[in-house]
Design a protein around this ligand. Structure first.
Ligand code: NAP
Length: 230
């Protein structure tokens, strides 16, 4: 049984990852801004001690430190940095300093702070690995449509951070990779998205399981077919 930490676990892909991890027998620390959200209460009723719901706003450094302290020295096998926001701007005219910085804090800075805060726990883990849920929109090479400045910039920054973490943690045996979840039917992806959340989450978990040291630092896809271009 692995101990997996999922951020943004109250809804969307994070919730489905939590569901599937519990269904396959893992132990999940499911973090959310509101850990009392009905979806996690429901899973707690079903899975009892195998799920712990904890408060964590990934854009708040003090909350990250408090969360890490609450874990003590318990081993962490997998950290999934999933929580993110799109920001409210699609066009250059709508680009806004406060919104862009909030998006950057949530999508790029928070995941690095959380990974660093859990470094000692990961070191104690079994085959430890960190998966950062990125986006195809974070690829510079595959950007053909433009727009979404803050979101794209934040995910490109997350991609760089993951590669850095892979290099930094390599000698400690902790793997790091970014995984594109596809375009998924969630609040973020919208009802018109082609991928069901169950399919995306299953693919993400398969991809995490298949991570290896030689591929640490890679830009992976939930379908596991190929690595994306940076
Ligand atoms: N859906 C897609 O098509 C798609 C495509 C590419 C990449 N992605 C990526 O996949 C991941 C999950 O997306 P999703 O589709 O599940 O999005 P979603 O339905 O909008 O859910 C986002 C999750 O992130 C949480 N969150 C946002 N800001 C947070 C913060 N400051 N601290 C803690 N949690 C926070 C939300 O919690 P609250 O309930 O508290 O708001 C929610 O649980 C994200 O990294 C996203 O960028 C999604």
């Amino acid at each position: 049984m692995k101990h997996v930490i999922v951020t943004g676990a109250g809804r969307g892909i994070g919730l489905e990852l939590t569901r599937q991890l519990l269904a396959r027998g893992d132990r999940v620390t499911a973090t959310a801004r509101d850990p009392g959200v009905a979806s996690l209460v429901e899973l707690s009723k079903q899975y009892g001690e195998r799920i712990t719901a904890r408060a964590l706003d990934v854009a708040d450094p003090a909350a990250i430190d408090a969360f890490a302290r609450s874990l003590g020295d318990s081993p962490v096998d997998v950290l999934i940095n999933n929580a993110a926001i799109t920001g409210n701007q699609e066009s250059l005219n709508a680009f806004d300093m406060n919104d862009a910085l909030k998006t950057y804090a949530t999508n790029a800075v928070g995941p690095v702070l959380l990974t660093r805060a859990l470094r000692a726990n990961l070191r104690k883990g079994n085959d430890p690995r960190v998966a950062h849920i990125t986006s195809g929109m974070g690829s510079i090479g595959e950007n053909t449509s433009g727009g979404w400045y803050a979101y794209r910039m934040s995910k490109a920054a997350l991609n760089m951070a993951s590669k850095n973490l892979a290099l930094e943690f390599g000698r400690e045996g902790i793997l790091s990779a970014v995984i594109n979840p596809g375009w998924v039917k969630t609040d973020m992806g919208g009802a018109g998205a082609p991928t069901e959340v169950t399919e995306s989450a299953a693919g993400i978990l398969r991809t995490i399981d298949a991570m290896t040291a030689p591929r640490s630092g890679a830009f992976l896809d939930y379908r596991g077919e190929r690595e994306l271009g940076w």
